[in-house]
Design a protein around this ligand. Sequence first.
Ligand code: ADP
Length: 492
Amino acid sequence: MGAILIISPSCATSSSPVINSMNIFFVSAEVAPFSKAGGLADVAGSLPGALTPYVDSIEIITPLYGQIDRNQYNIASTDISGEVSLGEEKIPYTLFKAVHPNGNVPVWFVESDRFYSRPGIYTTTDGEGFEDNNLRYFFFQLVVLDIIQKQTVKIDILHCNDHHSGLLPALIKGIDPEIKSIFTIHNFLYHGHFSPEELDLLPVSVSSLLNETQWENYSSLLEGVDHADLVNTVSPGYAQELLAGENVDAHSYKRVLNARAKFSGIVNGIDVEYWNPELDQFTPHHFSQDDLQGKSKNKLELLTRCGLDNDLESPVLGSISRLVENKGFPLIVELLDEFVARGAKFVFLGSGDPSIAAQLREAALKHPGKIAFDDGFNEPLAHLIESGSDMFLMPSRFEPCGLNQLYSLRYGTIPIVNRTGGLGDTVADNGTSNGTGFVFEPYDLMPLRGAMNRAIDTYQIHHEWSELMQRAMAMDFSWDQSAKHYFNLYKS
Ligand code: ADP
């Protein structure tokens, strides 16, 4: 295999801020707190702010979805508007602007009645994917190109994220070869597959810059991998897995291997102000490493809120997740009866696959007072689960980085994880000297059962559990180190 650049937090270099001209335009389909479906939003909402000390400027662009509260965030209309062509149609857009509430990063919003004014990011409130999602993100990328062409923003580096901006690294070269591009893969599972007919809607000047447009499984994600000047993913472990072809089909693997010389992994950081047990706006009782009293009060609050038996002795295992197969639900549901019988309680928060939701609902009905399931997306409850649970269940089959295990460590909520991708990079097993959680492998029922049993056994030994919580809470996953790695990517 050729040169593979794997960047891990341990090889951080201290770099002096600001070299030459470094103006970054960060393109993301989701940005917390405005719009969030998963971890991409958390990263887009916190990484740019962490990069401000290092770069000349960084600005974000994202769609103005219908449910975003313009008043709450002071999102104001600008006098910048335009139109882009899709097939025969010319579709207008207007730019709105705000300052990100967590810092001083300007955020541009693309308003379009046709594509974004309805509520929902990718799906209706019932969880149905929008039929025109491909067109919605074609349009988004064409607007980004339009405003770059009109020099509305000053750009040296275009930072694209996931398939929603996967065409841009190719397209930007057609406009201004001086602008460099970085493509960050937050999840290789989602390609943004278009049909050749859909691609025909792009102006020829645009589609002629792309690869493999006649391929029936055309992938916007792979286009980003092919054309970006640098490609990274969100943990060294996941980068290695992709380069080893794990969970990658043969066609995609060929293209990943072609890109290996420019491929790296940088573990995500977290917003340590927003996810902070000492300050958390959604946590009723604040706590810290030195004073954990609030944590058990939060546990009581969580049990009451979820209608579970109010006994503080038995362990509570929390889960906050998109309901998809690869988050480990097929294993979890198999083990619920057994662990309820062992005295454990479970709190699940999630939305997604209706069949997984049905299984969790059924488990909650079968075990009243022991299992709770909240079907939906609920930010305050997510924080209460982190602050009130004893353990966090995250046995993903694969996980590019994962953020909830990082929030869990910070809240002393001990993660139980499969050794994969970012989970393996960020959680050390309790059997090792600096263990912070319970790590199992391979992805299977028996290993997960073993890790859960070990966790509950340890929970019952009070001083061991306290030490484990202390080690977990002492971990630092702020953006400091990872932002330096992104800065180094920008430099290179
Ligand atoms: P992914 O990006 O694959 O969904 P991550 O662990 O990287 O997984 O990030 C998920 C983010 O979305 C976390 O901030 C998590 O708390 C949040 N999240 C997921 N599901 C829900 C939900 N139902 N309610 C509130 N927050 C959720």
